[in-house]
Design a protein around this ligand. Structure first.
Ligand code: PCA
Length: 211
C-alpha cells in the first residue's frame, strides 16, 4: 500500500492560526484514498520539527512526503524547488531558538532539489484556477529546514519529497496581506498529492525567474 505523509505547521510569529496546519487537517478529514494518508501538524521549532518529521518517516515509511507551511506575503501557492543547507532565523522559533548561519545538516550538501514533480504540480494547481508558481527559495527558517531534512533522509522507500508554501487564508489574513480562501489552499494540497502520486515524469516548461 502506498503511503503519503502530508505535514503542516502550527501558528508562529504571533499569528493565531496557520493555514498550512488548518488545510492539512481538512485534507486528512476528507481523504478517500486509495493511498494511505498520514498527516501531522509540526511545531515551528528547528529541533522539534526535524525530530517529529524523522520519527514520522521512520514509523510510517512513506513513499511520498509533502510538507507545507505558511509564506505570509506571497500571493499564491508556491511549489519549492530547492532546499538549502542553512538555518538563518530572522526571528526565534516557537521554542526560542534562533540559529544564525548554522547548517541544517553539518557536512551535508549545500542544497537538495525537490524530488516532487514541481512543474506538473504547479500546472495542475493553476489549471484548477488557483494561483501557483514554482519557487526557488524556501527561505532559511523552519520550513526550509524541514524540506532539507526530508530530502536528506536516507529512506529506502521514500521516492519523492518536497515542500509547498501557502499564502495566508482569507479567513484569517492580517489586514492588507494577500490571501486565498482556505478551501482553495486545501484543494491545492489535494492536487499536489494526487499529482505527486500519479505523475512519473515532471512537466518541462519555463518557470524560472530573472531575479
Ligand atoms: N512557515 C515558516 C515556518 C512555519 C511556517 O508555516 C517558514 O516558512 O519557514
Amino acid at each position: 500500500m502506498t503511503t503519503v505523509l502530508l505535514t503542516g505547521f502550527e501558528p508562529f510569529a504571533g499569528d493565531a492560526t496557520n493555514p498550512s496546519g488548518d488545510a492539512v487537517r481538512r485534507v486528512a478529514r476528507e481523504w478517500d484514498g486509495p493511498e494511505n494518508l498520514v498527516t501531522a501538524v509540526l511545531p515551528v521549532e528547528f529541533d522539534g520539527a526535524r525530530r517529529n518529521l524523522l520519527q514520522l518517516i521512520a514509523a510510517h515509511e512513506p513513499d511520498v512526503v509533502v510538507a507545507t507551511g505558511l509564506a505570509g506575503g506571497r500571493t499564491g501557492v508556491t511549489i519549492e524547488r530547492v532546499a538549502i543547507n542553512l538555518m538563518d532565523a530572522r526571528i526565534p522559533d516557537n521554542a526560542g531558538d534562533q540559529p544564525v548561519d548554522v547548517p541544517s545538516s553539518p557536512g551535508g550538501p549545500a542544497a537538495h532539489f525537490a524530488t516532487l514533480p514541481v512543474k506538473a504540480i504547479t500546472a495542475a494547481i493553476t489549471g484548477a484556477g488557483i494561483p501557483a508558481t514554482v519557487s526557488h527559495s524556501a527561505g532559511t527558517f523552519v520550513c526550509n529546514h524541514v524540506m532539507f531534512t526530508a530530502l536528506d533522509v536516507d529512506g529506502s522507500r521514500l521516492r519523492r519529497a518536497g515542500f509547498v508554501h501557502v499564502p495566508y487564508a482569507t479567513e484569517d489574513a492580517p489586514a492588507g496581506q494577500p490571501s486565498l480562501p482556505l478551501a482553495d489552499i486545501m484543494s491545492a494540497l489535494r492536487i499536489a498529492l494526487r499529482t505527486a502520486l500519479d505523475t512519473e515524469v515532471d512537466a518541462s516548461y519555463a518557470a524560472g525567474t530573472i531575479a
